[in-house]
Design a protein around this ligand. Sequence first.
Ligand code: AMP
Ligand code: ZN
Length: 451
Amino acid sequence: MKIFNTLSRKIEKFEPISPPSVGIYTCGPTVYSRAHIGNLRTFISTDILKRTLNFLGYEVNHVMNITDVDDKIIKESKGEKNKQKEITQKYEKLFFDDLKELNIEIPEKTPRATENIEKMVEMIKKMLESGYAYKTEDGIYFSIQKSKNYGQLAGLKNISGVKSTVKNDKYEKDSQQDFALWKFYNKEDNEIYWDTYIGKGRPGWHIECSAMSTKCLGESFDIHTGGTDLIFPHHTNEIAQSEAVSGKHFVKYWVHGGFLNIKENTSAEAEKMSKSIGNVITLDTLKEKNINPLSYRYLTLTSHYRSEMNFSWEALIGAQSALEKLFNFYNEFGKNIGKVDKKYVSEFKKLLENDLAIPEIIALTWKLIKDDSVSDADKKATLLEFDKVFGLGLSELKKEEIPREIIVLAEAREIARKNKEWEKADEIRKKIEILGYELKDSKDGFNILKK
Ligand code: AMP
Ligand code: ZN
């Protein structure tokens, strides 16, 4: 398989460190508010990558952290411990509910930052001892000039002359500064602090991910994912810290998902979906509009994971009707599941292995559905194979419960047809249609579909 690596900015051959195992680390949600569908696009993309690797025979160990302490959470809870717990537990649960609704497989491990402080402190201590880190009045900082290739991931060139420090976790590319590993206690933190041998305080955001990823996957692992906004400073700083501590190459492949953008109105420019802009949509909004969350999953499959995607309600409604059509075809293909079509699956694999060409695979799916040279039963088997990666839930698709009354009518029509009582058969069909159902004759009898 080939995959785009942000580190080299090239599509590279994928060769894991110890095949068939593959370790993936994903920066998880900051649980102080509801995830929006932009965040969820990135988590769907990682899920597709994980399913692809499993499909290709790898054994994936997926770790996704939960950021349950950071500047925003402390602000939101006014530093009250109980409030912090209440907020983070609430939004963590809602986040996992969202994953389930989108058929995103729950990662093998989901460590919480607050439960891994010891590992963070241990790493910071090592950096203090080796001179990569230094103390100031308000915290412990990482000296970016000490780092060998600082900024390679983000394509930064000139970092000499950096002297200032930054305590906030998020800052812009043109202000590369020494960043906070540990933030000493101040009164706004109220009850949220850890009293440790490096001082009383709390971790910076970047060290959280370095600690949890290396603790769960080792000092060098295969894939790290997240949205493109995390390339700088978060992932850049993760590399600097992790490599300073281990002296080893941190991550082999950096895989970043493109942003979801949205227009405020038809004449406006599309902007990234973000809580700070206030243009977010959640899965609840979709459900209020009778849109199945899986329609959103389908919509994301129609754009390549690295491209930016512009959200529109029209496109989402289009995705919903395409997904319903796919489900209907799948049901209409009858009860029998035949053999996987080798030609189609080999094309499917070829496209997957080419940096996850999912939009092309969606086109291939519709070609298969319309292909008269493949039997209905074989189409079903092949669609189920594709769905191991799509994750649209075809195998769990329940046939709509058909009311007894309709089944009795359909059987009566079948008898009429066998007796060549065409008028009677037609009458019964019309009655069934008035009741909201449709009959489709097939080789082995009939299928009843809800209209
Ligand atoms: P956060 O909870 O803000 O740390 O974000 C969780 C994940 O969502 C990160 O991987 C971000 O890069 C990603 N993300 C944030 N906004 C968007 C967006 N508009 N489109 C796609 N991914 C996003
Ligand atoms: Zn992270």
